[in-house]
Design a binder for this molecule. Sequence first.
Ligand SMILES: N[C@@H](CCC(=O)N[C@@H](CS)C(=O)NCC(=O)O)C(=O)O
Length: 192
Amino acid sequence: MKLYGNPLSPFARKACFIAHAHGIALEQIDILPLSDEGFRKVNPLGKIPALALDDGTILIDSRVICEYLDRLGGGKFFPADPGRWNALTLQSLGDGVGEAAVLYSILGREDAPPPKMRTRQMAAMLAGMDALEHMEFRDPPLIGEIAVASALGYIEFRMPELDWKRSRPRLAAWYAQFCEHPSMKATAAKST
Ligand SMILES: N[C@@H](CCC(=O)N[C@@H](CS)C(=O)NCC(=O)O)C(=O)O
């Protein structure tokens, strides 16, 4: 199987975490989605991650890819009812923080970034992290925890100047501990 992704993408990281945790081998193909129009032949939306199965089927969107890989590995990150909806909602919150962070970062690289749009992304990021500060996290983790940690990892790497930890000590402590998970360590973006 081939995973089209990028070491910095929080969404690709979710898939890599699950593959690593289940011992599933993935051939990783690095894509720069904003400058690679040819990638639309794989995912018409031009977004990473995308997973190409050995029979040629393409799966798009990290939520679909993660659930596929988890089922392939025996299934431990996507619980059945009654925990399913809480886990999926936490995944949506984590992904939403990640989406806002990615968009904020991308808009900042424009010549004339639209200020209102950037402010909205920052507001979503900060409010999302405020909500996470008051949440209970599962140990062992489920897909929600993986999504949250992947988003925080992106923010930490891309926005080291954003002082999100001081006013969110519970979230910061949980994240620091979660970073010790072998699959977090194996999927961390390396600064060069
Ligand atoms: N909902 C998607 C979001 C994927 C996403 O936004 N990926 C970013 C990179 S981290 C991307 O490819 N952006 C390119 C674009 O939006 O054109 C998922 O969970 O996979």
